[in-house]
Design a protein around this ligand. Structure first.
Ligand code: SF4
Length: 442
């Protein structure tokens, strides 16, 4: 259990200097107790106090890293129950699976296919994070060969799936240095699996029926020297899975229960409810979801769902402010403006592309707010537009002085006209109207 605010306060310097960004040491202690700040924010904490407060400042859910190098994936280290309380930090890692019982050519094609499943949305690349290889045959040599085939086709982190310690050892001989996730230790094999995880310095997934059994097994594995633990809740009906995942998150965040303070994994078997199960995991606290079968038609919506949930609600995804060329505009091409909220930018950009009319798009920095929200909040004003027209260099690239503004902020047209002496043309209220607007606006 974590320390209370008063217990933490006793160890703080009590200077009330505000350097941590909080008015008093007591307020800082309260925030630390509720995990809203990190201890390092106070520069005056003594080494002695740091040691005493370590339990309180440690993340309630351990950060576990899988893989190495640029594709390394971190799971866990969440500090809130609801994203609007702060934000979620480590998006659910998604994995596809190949079986060692498949013909070699299918294993190779499967791994290459999973590796290439990626798409861009609002300027961010979405892809699978890991590939799971399952020892379905229980034959160590076959498993080792399948792991090496997958490794030759993808450098994504691996999850080695087998309850046979002999098969796992063979798989680890091939890929152990790449820090795969070992899946999984059970009540029956945990000693052998823990030894493999320890010897190879790999994270270890554990699975057991029920929270008590899971917590007991985690304690045994930790006691044997493996700290990087991932909890697999096992197969259960969806309602039960939701209840279990929520209970685990509540135990760690609200009760500071370190015995289950590890990221949670769901293995989603291939049935008609698989997309629902995977979506449930992404929405409600699974740090990793392994899909027995990956269908792009359900994977891409799943990745979109994940992107939406793991976007910081206080920091909308933004693009860089500036002048963007769409197509190959000339000095006679239209000039439009929008804001730097990614979703707005990419929607407007797409609609201009659809119109097949090259254009300049002037993107204003509204701190990631959409056009209407920014206008209502005073973060999109005629003065800002005028300033950008003058300072962006766009005037020298145009042979005209016409500016198309979003129809939704038509009311700024008079003031803008007055400030700039440009002809201000009111465009469509919704960017989907851009293609037809472009045909007629001149
Ligand atoms: Fe207190 Fe440290 Fe914050 Fe200063 S920086 S107010 S000493 S907690």
């Amino acid at each position: 259990m974590g320390l209370t605010a008063l217990e933490i306060y006793k160890h703080l310097p009590k200077k009330n200097c505000t350097e941590c960004g909080v008015p008093t040491c007591l307020a800082f202690a309260m925030q630390l107790a509720s995990l809203k700040v990190k201890l390092e924010a106070c520069p005056y904490v003594t080494e002695q106090a740091k040691a005493a407060l370590a339990a309180s400042s440690a993340p309630p859910i351990r950060l576990v890293k899988i893989g190495t190098g640029p594709n390394e994936v971190g799971i866990g280290d969440e500090v809130v129950l609801f994203r609007h309380d702060k934000t979620f930090f480590h998006p659910t890692a998604l994995a596809g699976m190949v079986l060692d019982t498949s013909p070699e050519a299918d294993i190779a094609a499967g791994a290459a296919g999973l590796n290439s499943l990626r798409t861009e949305r609002v300027g961010l690349m979405m892809k699978l994070d890991m590939i799971a290889v399952r020892a379905a045959a229980g034959d160590p040599a076959r498993f080792a060969h399948a792991v090496s085939v997958v490794r030759s086709k993808s450098d994504l982190p691996l999850v080695l799936v087998s309850d046979s310690a002999a098969a796992m050892e063979a798989g680890l001989k091939v890929a152990g240095k790449d820090r795969p996730l070992i899946h999984a230790a059970t009540a029956a094999n945990w000693e052998a699996m823990t030894k493999l995880a320890k010897d190879n310095k790999c994270p270890l997934a554990i699975t057991a029926p029920g929270l008590d059994a899971l917590s007991d097994l985690a304690a045994k594995v930790k006691g044997a020297g493996v700290e990087d633990i991932v909890l697999d809740i096992g197969e259960m009906p969806m309602g039960k899975a939701l209840e279990t995942l929520t209970a685990l998150r509540r135990l760690t965040i609200k009760k500071s229960n370190r015995a289950v303070g590890y990221p949670v994994l769901m293995l989603v078997k291939d049935d008609e409810l698989a997309p629902m199960r995977a979506a449930l995991g992404v929405m409600k606290y699974a740090s990793a979801v392994i899909l027995e079968r990956v269908d792009p038609a359900t994977l891409y919506p799943l990745m979109t769902l994940r992107q939406n949930i793991y976007t910081d609600p206080q920091k909308p995804i933004q693009v860089k402010a500036g002048i963007y060329e769409i197509g190959k505009p000339t000095d006679g091409s239209p000039l439009m403006f929008t804001t730097n909220f990614s979703l707005t930018f990419f929607t407007v950009q797409g609609d201009i592309e659809k119109s097949k009319s090259p254009a300049y798009l002037m993107v204003l920095d509204t701190e990631g707010l959409s056009v209407m929200t920014a206008f209502a909040a005073g973060k999109l004003t005629p003065e800002m537009v005028e300033k950008m027209l003058n300072e962006s260099g766009i005037k020298a690239r145009l042979g005209h002085r016409k500016l198309i503004i979003p129809g939704i902020v038509a009311r700024m047209s008079g003031k803008l006209c007055e400030l700039t002496s440009w002809e201000v043309v009111v465009g469509p209220r919704d960017s989907s109207g851009i293609p037809s607007f472009m045909k007629t606006w001149k």
